[in-house]
Structure formats: C-alpha cells, structure tokens
Design a protein around this ligand. Structure first.
Ligand code: KMH
Ligand code: ZN
Length: 275
C-alpha cells in the first residue's frame, strides 16, 4: 500500500472558487499551463484539471478539454487527469463525454454526497458507465472518496466490473467537504484500513483540514493532493499566493518524511498509466 516516494497531485482550479473572489486562481488556458509548469518544477507529478470558459465559469466543453490536454502534454510531463466531477450542476452526459478528450487519467467519484448546500450526484449506473468508459479507452481512473461508505461501493464496482485500465487501484480521499467525511487523522486512518487490497491512496483536506490530512497521509504511507481547488488559505488569514506555493510545501514535508516527491514517469509506473 505504501510507496517509497510521494506522488504529489496539484488540483489548481476546481469548480467552486470564483476568479472574482480569488484573482490568483488559474482559469485561462495560459494561466493553467503556466501553473502546471511551475508546479512540476517544485514537485508535482500529476495535475487534476477543471477548466473554465471565457466567462471564467466551469465548463466541460469537449473542444476546450482536448485543447487543454494537448497544451499540458506539450508544455509539461505531468500525468494529466481530467475531472469528470465537474461542478454540481453539470449533467451526467457532459461528465461522461469528458473521457472523449482522452486524458491519461480521470476522476471517478464513488457516490452521491451532500456538498455544502448542494448535492454532488453520482448514481450507481453513472459510476459504472464511467468505470467502463475508462476501461474501454485505457484511461486510468482515480476513485474519489468523499465518505467511508463509498469504499464499499468501490469494492462492489471492482467485484462486478473488474480492475480498471492499468490494473492498479488508486483512490483519492477528499476530506472535510461539508456533507462528507471530516478531515482528521482518525477518519483517514479508518479509511486507509478499508481500502481494497493492494490499493494506493492520495488524500486532500479541504480548507483548514489541509495540514492534518497531509501529515496523516504522509505517516500512513499515502500520497498527497494539494491546490486551490481544495484550499485558498496558506495559513489562518493568509491567502495562497499560487498553486506552486502549496506544492512546494507538500514536497518539503514529503522530503522531511523521507518520502520525497516522485517524478511524473514514476507516477505513471505507480498508477499504471502507459508511458
Ligand atoms: N467539483 C465537485 C462537485 C472531481 O473533480 O471529480 C466535484 C469534484 C470531483 O471536484
Ligand atoms: Zn475536482
């Protein structure tokens, strides 16, 4: 379950933070690519991508997604993971179509969860369609887990529909969402114990749960996701300067834990992404 090095994923934009509230949020393709380059330089190996339209609002426009994958591949070596979660308002058809942009990896959330005042819908049939769509295309999923029961759904998915493309199971615990599991050491420990045999995990804590989740994940042999999708404060009252600042902090802590950040090529080997 553990790995000698640490996979650091950057989630630079998300679908919830607005450019008006956080001007340093990367929303244009140029800003996203520049963020990706600087995050790779300080230790990121994978990028979890949500894109925005000309109005800076979240979009799942297929043409833009394809352009984004191509630009990230041309300017970085990062493993490119597209979000199929989108925003809470995106229809299932648009979310499934994301796979047509042929990223290296895509997210696959393992259940419905209250999401602040909204509901992030992930019906069973939709999860199965995403899993199969990725198997058919050779896209490596990252199973997003917002609550402990979603690990039971993951076991059911693997039992009924087989291993993902690449043959390896990697999950990401997204903790501290209002409506999901809390972001603390006790919950992360319980979640790790409930992983399918042989699975690896990353973890991220939303907002002020960022640091407790990061320290616990490192101690438990896990990997890290950081970025402005999940937190826009570096410390209490101090806004994040840019995504690279969060990646650099994670890489520094991983080094102190004697599990330094791994390269994108090593991340491909870990996740089963074709080189
Ligand atoms: N924006 C959230 C509703 C994912 O990227 O797959 C869903 C999300 C998960 O961010
Ligand atoms: Zn996301």
């Amino acid at each position: 379950m553990s790995s000698p090095g640490t996979l650091i994923t950057v989630a630079p934009t998300g679908a919830e933070v607005s450019k008006a509230d956080v001007p340093q949020l990367p929303v244009t393709l140029e800003e996203l690519v520049s963020t990706a380059v600087s995050c790779e330089q300080v230790g990121a190996a994978m990028i979890h991508v949500h894109i925005r339209g000309d109005d800076f609002k979240p979009t799942l426009d297929l043409g833009r997604l394809k352009e984004t994958v191509a630009a990230l591949r041309s300017e970085t070596s990062l493993v490119v993971q597209l979000s199929t979660g989108g925003s809470v308002r995106d229809p299932e058809s648009d979310r499934l179509r994301v796979l047509e942009a042929m990223p290296d990896s895509a997210s696959c959330t393992m259940g419905t969860v209250n999401f602040g005042d909204d509901v992030f819908m992930n019906r069973w049939e939709f999860i199965v369609a995403l899993h199969k769509g990725m198997q058919e295309r050779g896209i490596v999923p990252e199973y997003e887990i917002f609550d402990l029961g979603q690990l039971t759904s993951l076991r059911r998915l693997l039992d009924q529909h087989g291993l993902p493309a690449g043959g390896h199971v990697h999950v990401d615990f997204v903790m501290g969402v209002p409506g999901g599991m809390p972001g603390d050491a006790f919950t992360l420990t319980a979640a790790v114990q409930a992983l399918p045999e042989g699975a690896t995990f990353s973890a991220t804590g939303i907002g002020r749960s960022t640091l407790p989740v990061m320290f616990t994940a490192l101690g438990a042999g896990g990997h890290l996701r950081v970025g402005m999708e999940d937190t826009t404060s570096y410390s209490k009252g101090v806004p994040v300067r840019d995504n690279a600042q969060l990646v650099a902090r994670a890489a520094g802590l991983a080094k102190i834990a004697q599990r330094p950040a791994i390269s994108p090529d090593d991340a491909r080997k870990l996740l089963g992404v074709h080189i």
